[in-house]
Design a protein around this ligand. Sequence first.
Ligand SMILES: Cc1cc2nc3c(=O)[nH]c(=O)nc-3n(C[C@H](O)[C@H](O)[C@H](O)COP(=O)(O)OP(=O)(O)OC[C@H]3O[C@@H](n4cnc5c(N)ncnc54)[C@H](O)[C@@H]3O)c2cc1C
Length: 333
Amino acid sequence: MSPTALVVADPRSPVGIRTTLEALGAARALLDRSGGGKVALALLGHGLGDVPEAAKRWGADQVLVLDDPRLAIFRSETYAWGAEGLVKRLAPPVVVLLPGSTMGRELVGRLSARLGGGGTSEALELELEETRGLRVRRPLFGGKASETLSLPFPAVASLRPNAFAPSEASAAAPVEAVELPKAGPAGPGAELLERSPVPVSDTPPLTQAPVVVSGGRGLRGPENWPLLEDLARALGAGLGASRAVVDAGWRPAAEQVGQTGASVSPQLYVAVGISGAIQHLVGMSSSRCIVAINTDPSAPIFKVADYGVVGDALVLLPPLTEAIRRARAGAGP
Ligand SMILES: Cc1cc2nc3c(=O)[nH]c(=O)nc-3n(C[C@H](O)[C@H](O)[C@H](O)COP(=O)(O)OP(=O)(O)OC[C@H]3O[C@@H](n4cnc5c(N)ncnc54)[C@H](O)[C@@H]3O)c2cc1C
């Protein structure tokens, strides 16, 4: 029997929408490789406004809308309960694909536990097995190794950002409103007492950004970071850093890329004034295209770079940023 793929959307931010489209693209490609099947998109929330109208053209065959006050803010407890209700309405076998956003990563454990099948995060490759379920390849140890898992149905996987091609715009799919049972999720569960707003940054989150610009000790000091921030803004990039600059207190720990920091795999990684120590490379060498700027032509970063510029970053960054701004504005270099 053809499987059904359910994608749980994260429509609250541009990153959430992009990773949702990647999950829809991955779902369609997965089913097409195995003889077809239906792709359903789940929209969970409250006061979704015009989101369902936009989402019906994101490439699913069907859009299921759960609009309920209990889903007004994202909590893995309530969202896993809501998504479980949707999975049970679909014809088995079911594969649930979650976006590579913070929401998707938070939901995967609780949802797979509720469904009683198999679950994993950071999927890089997906394949349906004849009878058992979903085969998933995922990275391990910051990308130094990988493993392949076989998940029984109903299988749940959150995807690695940027690993799958996004779905194409489609004809309008039918939208169906679904109601949740009056009784909430069973079990004691945690009660939400208070939530503080997340500080708003004008650069996208590091681990989900399609472009990352990272700085190292070659930038000489925190006073030069505005040069890097300008470049990141021009590219719509997330900001990263080497451990040396984090240890020096120039940048917050959340920006560190590498073995003891974040693992990133953007389409483009720009390493500025970073030597390319192995502990840094394990966190970024799976990036699709790597550009390095360094004064030392023998810096190890050039061994993994697709494009390298030997020169002083403090001199090169302002004209580079300006050229990118002009090119993106359509004025040419
Ligand atoms: C257990 C362990 C875990 C670690 N985890 C991490 C990790 O997660 N992430 C991480 O990054 N590191 C990690 N490290 C540290 C790592 O070994 C390196 O020390 C660190 O990555 C070096 O940072 P850097 O490249 O900024 O500095 P440096 O190695 O000092 O390199 C600075 C570079 O800037 C260049 N430069 C100087 N001036 C300029 C200029 N004006 N313009 C352009 N280039 C210039 C230099 O040629 C040099 O290549 C770890 C180390 C250990 C032991």
